[in-house]
Design a protein around this ligand. Structure first.
Ligand code: TPP
Ligand code: MG
Length: 460
């Protein structure tokens, strides 16, 4: 179970110091306008409207004409649950703009925003001229400033969000047009954090878990099949294919009942789509409209079994049968994946219940080492090569400047080296503790008959 929009990272000093997103929040106005209604203002011909609608699948955008730019930005920052309590730690406020001019002169919402948030003490400035990558650039810059700051507790607030005031700014001809939304994140430096702009366990603790060490995320007791990491909202996983879905549905139900706006996400493979537990979860999730997102990574094979030989009907059709909106998305494009999950999370937050997403993707390597050692041949090398040519990492890396990419790669290498060292230095569990942590209540299981000392009753 994971909360994909609000992420929190807590470390124990096991990794290298890198830039981290301490918390992320987004605001998308509920109000939407159709492209048709914008046509006169954007000077679009009926044919151009049709191209947007049919070719780009872009028929409406979120807009909030009654809200000022300042209010739009504040809606994003208001969703940061830690902003108020961490105010004094915030040293920098960065406003990331995709367009150089965001408001007609002399308006500058940044300083008003800082004042409104009680951040008058922070250095505030705007980052621009990097088009869509400006927010990434701002986070990178915030990380560099914090690294040089000297105070390991210092934070930066990065804010993004715009309103387009002129036609030139409102539309990229035949390609796209602008909507209104805002995002805010708290950036920190100096923690043992993953550089990736998403939540995640600390690599060292995750590797230690796989190696069965007590410094692993689940004290080495989960291994590769059952790791869990509550510090980042990872509820657990199941070695039984498809059995994470009831856990996620139950967690989502509990979250909704507790009045939380968090969302549970259940991720499974195409091998799970005929599991009864999954279909039962669809039923209850749809019936109770719980905030859960079901994600199927369809990589065309369940171990070695091709999806065509195992799955009757369509994968999305299974969810649709329960009235759950379902989408099939190119899972090789990280941006499309991100956007689809963001839509599903927003639906869940708006009380509209579950969404099903099928990500069409591919497994470059084997399901398990057995497959490699026995050299099982169940797929064509040309097929593997065709999918490898669309490697999502390479695709996403191609979207950032080479210098930034090199820096990220070097950071990843350093993080991995440190993670391996941390994992291998971890202690192995003491067999005497084998019965610990099995029940939240502290209840201990009985020893097996052979292990029980003769004539003695084992305390529970
Ligand atoms: C309920 C259940 N049935 C069978 C298995 C054995 N099993 C392990 S992995 C797997 C296939 C999983 O396929 P998929 O989710 O597509 O994973 P991929 O092979 O793509 O990694 C099966 C059937 C299991 N773990 N749980
Ligand atoms: Mg699969």
């Amino acid at each position: 179970m994971t909360d994909t929009v609000i992420a929190r990272f807590e470390g124990d000093g096991s990794g290298v110091a890198v830039t981290a997103l301490a918390e992320v929040a987004a605001y998308v106005p509920a109000q939407r306008v159709t492209i048709e209604s914008l046509a006169p203002e954007l000077e679009l011909t009926p044919m151009q409207v049709k191209v947007f609608q049919r070719y780009h699948g872009l028929s409406e955008v979120s807009r909030d004409p009654d809200r000022s730019l300042l209010d739009l930005l504040t809606c994003g920052t208001d969703r940061l649950s830690n902003l108020r309590s961490q105010r004094q730690r915030i040293r920098y406020v960065l406003y990331a703009r995709s367009m150089p001019v965001v408001a007609p002169f002399p308006l500058n919402p940044l300083h008003e925003l800082s004042a409104r948030l009680g951040l008058g003490h922070a250095v505030a400035f705007t980052v621009t001229h990097q088009a869509c990558a400006t927010s990434l650039q701002a986070i990178h810059l915030a990380g560099q400033l914090l690294a040089a700051d000297g105070d390991p507790d210092a934070l930066a607030l990065v804010v993004a969000g715009e309103k387009a005031y002129t036609r030139v700014a409102q539309i990229v001809p035949e390609t796209s047009f602008f909507a209104e939304a805002s995002a805010a994140c708290l950036v920190s430096h100096g923690g043992p954090r993953d550089r990736l702009l998403a939540k995640g366990s600390e690599p060292g603790r995750l590797l230690a878990e796989l190696a069965g060490r007590t410094n692993g995320v689940a004290r080495g007791r989960g291994g590769s099949f059952h790791p869990s990491d509550f510090t980042v909202g990872v509820f657990g996983s199941s070695g039984s294919v498809g059995h994470g879905a009831p856990l996620a549905t139950g967690a989502a139900w509990a979250l909704a009942r507790a009045g939380s706006d968090r969302v549970a996400v259940s991720v499974f493979g195409d091998g799970a789509v005929n599991q009864g537990a999954l279909l039962e979860s669809f039923n209850l999730a749809a019936l109770w409209r719980v905030p859960v997102v079901f994600i199927c990574e369809n990589n065309l094979y369940a171990t070695t079994l091709p999806v065509g030989a195992a799955v009757a009907g369509s994968i999305t059709g299974r969810a649709e049968a329960f009235g759950i909106p379902a989408e099939s998305v190119d899972g090789m494009d990280p941006e499309l994946v991100y956007a689809a999950v963001a839509r599903a999370v927003a639906r869940a937050r708006a009380g509209q219940g579950p969404t099903f997403l099928e990500f069409r993707t591919y497994r470059f390597h084997g399901h398990h080492t057995f497959e490699i050692t026995t050299r099982l041949r169940y797929r064509d090398q040309a097929e593997v090569a065709a999918w490898q040519a669309r490697d999502p990492l390479a695709l996403q890396a191609g979207r950032v400047a080479q210098a930034l990419r090199d820096e990220i790669d070097a950071g990843v290498e350093a993080t991995l080296d440190s993670a391996v060292r941390f994992a291998l230095a971890g202690p192995k569990p003491d067999p005497a503790d084998a019965r610990e942590y099995l029940y939240a209540s502290g209840l201990r299981t009985r020893l097996g008959v052979a292990a029980r000392p003769a004539g003695k009753t084992v305390p529970r």
